[in-house]
Every structure is written in C-alpha cells, then in structure tokens.
Write a protein that binds this ligand. Structure first.
Ligand SMILES: *Cc1c(COP(=O)(O)O)cnc(C)c1O
Length: 411
C-alpha cells in the first residue's frame, strides 16, 4: 500500500451534476444525476493546495497514486492496484515538420495494456469503498479488460457486454481475467441498453462510461501527469482519440483544478477531439455548432475504442474543445492505418489504431492550417499496438534448399 494515501481522508466535498449543478453527497453510491447527466467530483482545492506542493510530489513514487490528494479514495486499504506506473512521454522528432516538439504519451504501458486502467483502477477502488458487489458494463474491449482485472482483484463480480466484432484479444482477456463476458450482435449503445434494462433485476451497479463518477477522476491523472512531466508547462495542443470522451473531459478537469490552485498558469492546451470518419458524432456536432451530439447511424471504424455512436458526456467534450479553442476532426480508416505504419517505421513506436488516428489528424490539420508546425503537440497512444491485428507476414525461407540465395532477401 502506498504511504502517500492518507488514512480515512479525502479532499472531496461533494458531487455535482455537470449540466444542472445541483449537488450530491459523497460517500454514497451514485450513477447519473437527477437530470440524467454525469456527476463530477468536487474537491476543497484550497485545503488541498495548503497541504500539498508541486515540489513535494517530486519525492513520491512515479505512479498514479502520487496524485492521491486529487483522487476520491478515502481509505488506503480500498486501493485496488496493479502497478499504474507513470507512462513515458516520447519525443518523436521524425513526426515533426517544424520547431514545435511532438511527443507521444504512451499509455500502452499501463496494466491491461491501455489507459482504461487509469479510470477503472480508481472507479473499482471506489466501488470497493462504497460496498458494490456486482458490476455490469458495455465495452468496445479495453474498458472491459481493465474492469475485469481490477474487479477480480477486488473480489467484485462483473458482467461485461461487447459488440460481436470487438477485437478477439480483448474479449478473451476479459474472460481470462475473470469477467463474465458476452458478445452482442449490435454496437456499444446496444450493449449499454442491455445493462440499463437488466440492472435492477440483476442487482448490477452500472459502470457504463460516465454513468459512474469516478472513472473520470482516474483519467484525470493523465492531465496531472502531463503537467508534472513537462515541468508544469503544458503543451500547445493535445490530440485525443475521442469515444466516450472520459479522458478529454478528465484532462480538462485536471487542468482547471491545477489552474485554480496556481500550479499551472497562462493558456491551457487546445484540446482536439479526434474521431474516425465512420463514426464522428462529436465532429458533426462541433461543426454544426450544437451543444449536444446526435446518434451516428451505422458506425464503423478499425479504431474500435472510438467507435461510440452516442456519448452521454457529449456536451462536456464539446465544451472543453470549444473553451480551449480547440476543435474536433475526423480521419479515415486508411489514413489511420497509414499513420500507424508511418509512426512504427519512422519512430519504432507501434501505436494502436486509435492512437494512430491522432497522428493522422495532426498531419491533416498541419496542412489545413488549424495547427501550426511551431506548436508543441501531444499525441495520445491509448493502448499497446500489440492488442490489434497487424498485416500478416507469409514470407517463408526454405532451409532445406542449399545453398540459400541470400541475394533474394534484398527484394
Ligand atoms: C476507450 C478508448 C479510447 C477512447 O477513450 P475515451 O476517453 O472513452 O474517449 C481511445 N482509444 C482506446 C484504445 C480506447 O480503449
């Protein structure tokens, strides 16, 4: 157990409806607000900043729990951890076209191979603290895998529903880690409906994206960590592959909390929501100037993690994007796969398709002029590229043929 977590204490004051602003008591199980919108966790930031300094952080272990004052877990014994190490920020000069530095934040190093571990680590710890015994979740794969791992460790049962074309490795890892998993002949919103309609009878706690308040808090650590790693100087632009938007909303929350206590100053990064052209509800809403996004019919993309036709936090994503002076943009599957190859071959980093979408979007927006080559940029690689199918290699070298024609290897 991490000694940085104070026994029986948090700076959480209450929860608040992200739409209406009415407040809810902490220390209780909550899903959505009365208005049917996500709840956000509020902290006593003044007391927090009186008891913790940026300098003090430097002496702590390099993991997610170094930011425990910004997290909602009250009792250290409730922390369910699989070793959430800080993820590297890798400089990728070959992806740059000007002086602006480009970095990849490689979240594929986290437990279960994706940044879903950040959110589920904190959310499952809170579920344990609040006495939840059964959890149900719709997932495109990575969230289910992280949930299964952390919930199993916490002794909590899980019921997990995936669209039937979810990458097989995700479905199998969910099962392998003790989750009860089903394939569903529909999309993630259809899986969500199964959870919604079954939860009362089955006595499930609904862990759908943003329908429980603590996953955002875990994802928030991406924003804290970025500032920490960059010496409290944030980059100009962040490209984030956006499905349900937890990470984008969470980082934006972190930036604002840090700004409020003076840990960071000046302009916040421009937040760019990246989607695939086959499923781009946020981009469509951004362009239409609306506050909410309509359901995207017939969603399809190789980037399974961002195949989310409707997001309950749509207005929070759009607010962060607009307030930060960012934008939303979509790239085609061919561009995503070409970007994955390019990054792997130029920089030796195998991105997941969702991560590769951020590089494709960066290139697109450099040429559109919405991003300048002098701007410093962070691309989020949210999962290890090893979880996804790669082009097959069938070249066979016949070792019984003598002599071996080495010159043929040059082709
Ligand atoms: C879940 C997921 C995303 C989208 O993250 P959100 O914060 O829910 O928008 C992107 N990429 C990968 C690999 C994912 O698993």
């Amino acid at each position: 157990m991490d000694e940085t977590v104070k026994q029986g204490f948090t700076f959480v004051t209450h929860l608040e409806c992200s739409m209406v602003g009415d407040s809810y008591e902490a220390n209780q199980q909550h899903n959505l607000s009365k208005a049917g919108k996500p709840l956000l966790v509020k902290y006593d930031l003044t007391s927090l900043s009186n008891s913790l300094s940026r300098e003090e952080l430097a002496y702590r272990p390099e993991n997610l729990w170094r930011y425990s004052e910004f997290l909602p877990v009250k009792y250290a014994e409730n922390i369910v951890s699989l070793g959430e190490s800080m993820t590297p920020l890798i400089h990728t000069p070959r992806l740059q076209s000007g002086n602006g530095n480009v970095y990849i934040k490689d979240e594929g190093r986290l437990p279960t191979g994706s940044f879903k571990a950040r959110g589920l680590c904190v959310a499952v710890s809170m579920a344990k603290e609040l006495g939840v015994t059964q959890i149900a979740m719709p997932t495109n794969g990575n969230a289910g895998a992280a949930l299964a791992a952390y919930a199993t460790r916490a002794g909590i049962e899980t019921y997990i529903f995936c669209p039937e074309d979810t990458p097989q490795v995700n479905v199998r890892e969910i099962a392998a880690q003790g989750g009860r998993v089903w394939l569903v002949n529909g999309l993630i919103n259809d899986c969500g409906r199964i959870v919604e309609e079954g939860k009362e009878n089955m006595d499930w706690f609904d862990f759908s994206t943003l329908k429980e308040p603590y996953r955002i808090e875990g994802k928030k650590t991406m924003g804290l960590e970025l500032a920490d790693q960059l010496g409290w100087q944030l980059p100009d632009v962040i490209f984030y592959p956006t499905g349900g938007g937890t990470g984008l909303i969470g980082m934006w929350k972190a930036f604002n909390e840090m700004k409020e206590i003076g840990w960071i100053n000046g302009k916040l990064p421009r937040m760019v929501a990246v989607q695939a052209t086959g499923c781009a509800p946020i981009v469509r809403a951004y362009e239409a100037g609306t506050e909410q996004a309509e359901l995207w019919e017939g969603a399809h993309t190789v980037a399974a993690g961002i195949r989310v036709p409707v997001a309950i936090g749509d207005f929070l994503i759009l607010r962060a994007v607009r307030k930060s002076n960012g934008f939303a943009t979509a790239v085609a599957d061919e561009q995503i796969l070409a970007a994955r190859d390019e990054v792997a071959q130029q920089e030796g980093i195998l991105m997941c398709p969702e991560g590769a979408a951020t590089y494709a979007a960066y290139k697109k927006e450099l040429s559109s002029g919405r991003v300048d080559s002098a701007e410093s940029v962070i691309l989020f690689n949210c999962a290890t590229g090893l979880k996804y199918e790669l082009p097959p290699i069938s070249r066979l070298l016949d070792c019984t043929q003598q002599p071996i024609d080495y010159s043929a290897l040059l082709d």
